[in-house]
Ligand binder design. Structure first.
Ligand SMILES: [Zn+2]
Length: 435
C-alpha cells in the first residue's frame, strides 16, 4: 500500500531536496499522536503537501516503514538522526531502541552529537549519560570535532561544572575555537568583541583566576575577550597570591572532580572511588517544567519517599535529588535510608543532613550518606528526603524496574509518602550505589 502509493492522501516534501513521499493520513494518525494532531487536531493542516525540511529522506522513509509495517532497523550511523525524527513524531519504541544503541556505542567522537540531540528533546536521562561520559574523558571530549557543533547552552552546561577536570587554559582555548565556529554560524566578524558576544555567560564559567600568571599575561590580558576592569581584577588576584578579592563574575576555586556538590568533607568522593559508583536513574524524562512556579515540585516540611529493592547485595552510597537550577540559592536536605515497614527509629540505617549550594545550572545533585549502606537482596528499603529551599524540578515516566550495571532495582510507592512522590513521578530520581 505504501510502496504502490494507492489512495494516498498526503504528500511530504522531505529534506532540502524536497523529495516527494506519499502516505495515508489515517495510517499515520492511528500510529502517532503527533500525526493525529497534524491531520485531525484543532489546528490541523489543510494542505495536502507538507514540508519536512529538517529530516533526511532516508530517515523519514524509515519512519514510514515503521508506521506501516512495524519494521525498522537502527544502526550506529543512523541512530542520532533517527532519534531526532522519532522524538519529533512521538514514536517511543524507536526512541528507546535508538537510545540503547547510542548509549552502547557512545564514543569521544559522537558524545557531543548525542548530547545535542538529548538537549533538543529534553531527555534528561540521556543528557546525564552524555555528561558522565564526557567527564570521564574530558580532555578528549572537549577536543572532539563535534564539540564545536554544540549549542551555547550545552557548552555552558559542560563548561560550568566542577566535574570538568581539564586545565583552565585548555578550556579557554577550546571555548575560543567554539566561539569562532559560532561567529561563522551567526555570520559575525571574527574579532574578540563578537567572540565575547557569542560566548555570553559561558565566559563567566571559565575560571580565569586560577590560571597561571604567565599564561594569563601572555594569552588573555592582551586580548579584548575580557573587559579592562575584569582583566585588572583577575590580574590583581593572581599577583596577590590569590589573597585579594577576585571579580565575583569568575570562580576562583579549582575544579575538584566528580561529586563535589555534596557539602560535608566526608561525603566528598574522589575520582577513584566514583569510578566504582554507579547510578540507577528511574525517570524517563523531566516533568513538564516551566519557570512558572506552580509547575515545580513542592519542597518543604514533608518528606518525599520511595521504596525500592535490589536483586543483588549492594551498598547504597547516596541518592540523586532534583534541584532548581537557580544559581545562588541553596537547599537544606535531610535524607534517610530505612528498612521498609518497621518502626522509624529502630530502622533508620543511615541519615545525612546537609546544605547544598546551587552553584551550577544542573538539575540534579547528589547527596551522600556518611558511609555506604549495606543492602540485602530482595528486601524493601525506603529512601526519605526532606528539602527546604525553592521549589524543585521533578521527574515523570518512572519505571517500576530499572537495571543498572547488572543490578535490578524495583521501585514501589512508599506507604508513608506524604509529598506526592511515587513510582511514576516526583522527587528522588536516582540511587548511587556500589556493587
Ligand atoms: Zn544544546
Amino acid at each position: 500500500m505504501l510502496t504502490n502509493e494507492i489512495n494516498c492522501d498526503i504528500t511530504f516534501l522531505v529534506g532540502r531536496e524536497r523529495q516527494r513521499m506519499s502516505a495515508h493520513k489515517y495510517v499515520l494518525a492511528s500510529r502517532s499522536s503527533v500525526f493525529f494532531a497534524m491531520f485531525y487536531g484543532p489546528v490541523a493542516e489543510t494542505n495536502n503537501e507538507i514540508e519536512i525540511p529538517d529530516l533526511e529522506p532516508k530517515i523519514f522513509a524509515s519512519l514510514l516503514r515503521f508506521l506501516y509495517y512495524e519494521d525498522f532497523t537502527v544502526q550506529t550511523n543512523n541512530a542520532p538522526d533517527l532519534l531526532y525524527a522519532a522524538n519529533k513524531y512521538g514514536l517511543m519504541k524507536i526512541v528507546k531502541k535508538c537510545k540503547k544503541i547510542l548509549e552502547e556505542t557512545m564514543s569521544v567522537s559522537n558524545v557531543c552529537n548525542i548530547m545535542e540531540s538529548a538537549h533538543t528533546f529534553n531527555d534528561a536521562e540521556l543528557l546525564r549519560k552524555c555528561r558522565e561520559f564526557f567527564y570521564r574523558e574530558p580532555v578528549k571530549c572537549i577536543h572532539s570535532e563535534s564539540f564545536l557543533d554544540l549549542c551555547a547552552e550545552c557548552v555552558d552546561n559542560v563548561i560550568s561544572s566542577d566535574e570538568l577536570t581539564v586545565e583552565e587554559y585548555l578550556i579557554f582555548e577550546r571555548v575560543l575555537e567554539w566561539a569562532d565556529a559560532e561567529c561563522v554560524r551567526k555570520d559575525k566578524d571574527l574579532n574578540d568583541s563578537s567572540r565575547r558576544q557569542v560566548l555570553g555567560k559561558i565566559l563567566n564559567h571559565i575560571r580565569f583566576p586560577v590560571m597561571d600568571s604567565k599564561y594569563f599575561a601572555e594569552k588573555v590580558a592582551g586580548r579584548e575577550i575580557l573587559s579592562k576592569s575584569e582583566r585588572l581584577a583577575i590580574f590583581t588576584f593572581i599577583c596577590s597570591g590569590h589573597k585579594s578579592q577576585t571579580d565575583s563574575n569568575f570562580k576562583s576555586s579549582k575544579r575538584r572532580g566528580r561529586y563535589v556538590r555534596s557539602s560535608s568533607t566526608k561525603q566528598n568522593t574522589h575520582i577513584s572511588q566514583s569510578n566504582r559508583q554507579r547510578v540507577a536513574m528511574r525517570f524517563a524524562r523531566e516533568g513538564h517544567v516551566s519557570l512558572r512556579n506552580e509547575n515545580l515540585w513542592y519542597v518543604g516540611q514533608k518528606a518525599d519517599k520511595i521504596d525500592f529493592s535490589s536483586s543483588k547485595t549492594i551498598y547504597i552510597h547516596g541518592v540523586v535529588v532534583y534541584g532548581c537550577g537557580i544559581e545562588g540559592t541553596e537547599y537544606n536536605v535531610n535524607a534517610s535510608i530505612l528498612r521498609t515497614g518497621l518502626p522509624f527509629l529502630s530502622n533508620e540505617l543511615s541519615h545525612v543532613s546537609t546544605t547544598i549550594p546551587v552553584t551550577v545550572p544542573y538539575k540534579t545533585f547528589n547527596i551522600f550518606f556518611p558511609e555506604p549502606v549495606h543492602i540485602a537482596p530482595n528486601i524493601k528499603y525506603t529512601i526519605a528526603v526532606t528539602m527546604q529551599g525553592p521549589r524543585s524540578y521533578w521527574g515523570e515516566g518512572g519505571e517500576e524496574s530499572v537495571t543498572s550495571d547488572g543490578v535490578q532495582f524495583d521501585f514501589y510507592k512508599s506507604s508513608g509518602e506524604t509529598n506526592g512522590t511515587d513510582v511514576d513521578h516526583g522527587q528522588i530520581p536516582g540511587l548511587i550505589f556500589i556493587k
